[in-house]
Design a protein around this ligand. Structure first.
Ligand SMILES: [Zn+2]
Length: 148
């Protein structure tokens, strides 16, 4: 039997609304489309629209055509290395995220894993709002480099 548990983001947020109960998208450790208001997926959707980095090349992006959204979030690890691009798709602004994959140039796209989500979200939480200060203090005026 497969072990299931809500992700740490769902656990820390809990249920903050009336209506359908949340259903974590990573209860098995890998993305499942049987999700509703998973806090990790919601946060990735928000990150896609944030201006975190000084250069727009490094920020996520969201498109919405008719009622279907598609978003890309560059995924960095704690060493500032890009380990992939997270691609998400969902309908209207509803709680279900229909697709979540990780892409990298020389690799086949794969369903997003909780491990990858944790690296990416924890990175954005650490740098959000103070990235400009971090790069001027530590890295100089350059955005993070892609890793091999
Ligand atoms: Zn979750």
């Amino acid at each position: 039997m497969q072990e299931t548990a809500d992700c740490k983001y769902c656990r820390e947020r809990g249920k903050t609304w009336n209506g359908a109960d949340p259903k974590c998208g990573f209860a098995t450790g890998t993305f499942t489309a049987e999700n509703w208001c998973c806090a990790a997926l919601s946060e990735l959707r928000e990150i896609a629209e944030e201006q975190v980095f000084p250069s727009d090349d490094y920020n996520g992006k969201r498109w919405r055509v008719n009622d279907v959204s598609f978003a890309i979030v560059p995924a960095f690890n704690a060493d500032d290395d890009l380990f992939g691009y997270i691609a998400l798709s969902w309908y209207k602004d509803r709680g279900k995220c229909g697709q979540a994959y990780i892409f990298y140039d020389d690799d086949t796209p794969k369903p997003l894993t909780l491990k990858q989500v944790e690296m990416a979200i924890d990175y954005y939480r650490a740098v959000r709002g103070n990235y400009k200060q971090i790069i001027s203090d530590a890295l100089g005026p350059t955005p993070p480099a892609a890793s091999k």
